[in-house]
Design a protein around this ligand. Structure first.
Ligand code: ATP
Ligand code: HSE
Length: 322
C-alpha cells in the first residue's frame, strides 16, 4: 500500500481552505503505487489526487515535475494538471511533506496490453515527446542512465547470484558492452522514463491518461521508446511480441518520425533499458526492509528481457524496418 504519511480530516480541511475547490466531501488513501502517499479527494469542485512526496523524491526536483505536468496539460496531453492555490502556487506542505493536488484522470490501467493498447501508447508517447520539446523552463539529468548503472551494480553484485546464478557476471559483461557503446547525438528532450502499463489509463481502447511523471528527465527520446518496448511488448512467458512492437513503433512514427540513427540504435537502447530496470529491481529486491508491506518487482522478468535483447541481430527483430 502506498500511504506512508497519515493525514487527519482537520489537517486536510485546513490545507484545502487555501484552494478554490470548495469543501471536502470525502477522501481515502490509494493502495496502488510504492513511492509516494496518494489520496483520492472529493470536494465540491470534483475529484482530485493529493500526493505527499516521500523520501525517494528529491524536493529539488519537484519544480521540474510540476512545471512539466503544467506544460504538457496546457498542450493537450492527458496528464494530471497541478491545481494552484489561491496564491497561484501549486506545491504546498501538508503533514510535514511537500504536497500537490492534481486533477483526477478517468480510466483504468491494463494488466495485459493488447496490440491496440500498444499502438495507442506509441501515439501518446510521440505526442508527449512533441509536446515536451519546448519545455525549457527547467531540466533534469537522468540519474538512471548509463553513469547511474555501475553504482547500482556495486550495491548488488555480491548478492546478485542469490537471485539468479551467474547474474553478477552477466551484468558486469553488459556494463562493459553498453558503457563504451551507448549512443550519443540522437534527438533528445523530455522523456517520461517510466511509462509502464500501470501508468497509462484506458477507457475501452481509448487512452485517457498518463500519470507518474516522477522519473521524467532530459534524455534521448528513443530511449523512452526502448523503455516502452520493454514494458509493453513482452508476453508473461518472456517472449517478445513483434506484432505489439510493430504496432507501437508504427503508431509512434506517424506522430514523430524516427531517424535512421535512432532505429539503428534501438537494439542497444533496449538492452540499456532492460539493464536499468533489472538493476533498480535487483537493488530493491535485495534490500526489502523487514516487515515491508510493498512487494518489490521481480528482477528476473528484466533478466529474461535482457537475454532477448542480447540475441537481437537487427532493429527488424523489434518489428521496425529502417
Ligand atoms: N491523476 C490521477 N488520476 C487518477 N488516479 C491517479 C492519478 N494519480 C495517481 N492515481 C492513482 O494512484 C496510484 C498511484 O499513483 P502513482 O503511480 O503516481 O504512485 P507512485 O507512488 O509514484 O507509484 P509507482 O512509482 O510505484 O508507480 C495509481 O495507480 C492510480 O490508481
Ligand atoms: N516501473 C518500475 C517501477 C518504478 O515505478 C518497474 O517496474 O521496475
Amino acid at each position: 500500500m502506498a500511504v506512508y504519511t497519515d493525514v487527519s480530516p482537520e489537517q486536510l480541511e485546513a490545507f484545502l481552505s487555501t484552494y478554490d475547490l470548495g469543501r471536502l466531501r470525502a477522501f481515502k488513501g490509494i493502495a496502488e503505487g510504492v513511492e509516494n502517499s496518494n489520496f483520492l479527494l472529493q470536494t465540491e469542485a470534483g475529484s482530485f489526487i493529493l500526493t505527499l512526496y516521500e523520501k525517494r523524491v528529491n524536493p529539488a526536483d519537484l519544480p521540474f515535475f510540476i512545471g512539466l505536468m503544467q506544460h504538457l496539460a496546457a498542450r493537450g496531453i492527458d496528464c494530471p494538471q497541478p491545481v494552484k492555490n489561491r496564491e497561484g502556487v501549486a506545491l504546498g506542505t501538508l503533514a510535514g511533506r511537500p504536497a500537490l493536488i492534481a486533477t483526477f484522470l478517468y480510466g483504468t490501467s491494463v494488466r495485459r496490453p493488447s496490440v491496440a493498447n500498444c499502438a495507442a501508447l506509441g501515439t501518446a508517447l510521440a505526442g508527449l515527446h512533441r509536446a515536451g520539446a519546448d519545455f525549457t523552463a527547467s531540466s533534469r539529468v537522468n540519474a538512471l542512465s548509463v553513469p547511474g548503472w555501475r553504482p547500482l551494480y556495486e550495491q548488488a553484485k555480491d548478492r546478485a547470484d542469490t537471485v539468479a546464478p551467474g547474474l553478477s557476471a552477466l551484468i558486469a559483461d553488459e556494463l562493459s558492452v553498453l558503457e563504451p557503446a551507448w549512443p550519443s547525438g540522437l534527438p533528445a528532450g523530455v522523456i517520461h522514463a517510466d511509462l509502464f502499463p500501470d501508468n497509462v489509463f484506458f477507457t475501452g481502447e481509448e487512452l485517457t491518461g498518463l500519470i507518474d511523471f516522477y522519473f521524467a528527465c532530459n534524455d534521448l527520446l528513443a530511449y523512452d521508446v526502448a523503455i516502452c518496448l520493454n514494458a509493453w511488448c513482452f508476453e508473461p512467458d518472456g517472449a517478445y511480441n513483434q506484432t505489439k512492437g510493430r504496432a507501437l513503433l508504427a503508431a509512434y512514427r506517424t506522430v514523430r518520425p524516427l531517424s535512421d540513427q535512432e532505429i539503428a540504435a534501438l537494439p542497444m537502447l533496449c538492452r540499456g533499458a532492460a539493464l536499468r530496470f533489472l538493476l533498480t529491481r535487483l537493488v530493491d529486491w535485495l534490500n526489502v526492509p523487514p516487515g515491508a508491506l510493498v512487494r518489490p518487482h521481480d528482477p528476473k522478468e528484466y533478466l529474461r528481457k535482457l537475454r532477448f535483447h542480447r540475441s537481437v541481430t537487427s532493429p527488424a527483430d523489434y518489428g521496425v524496418a529502417s
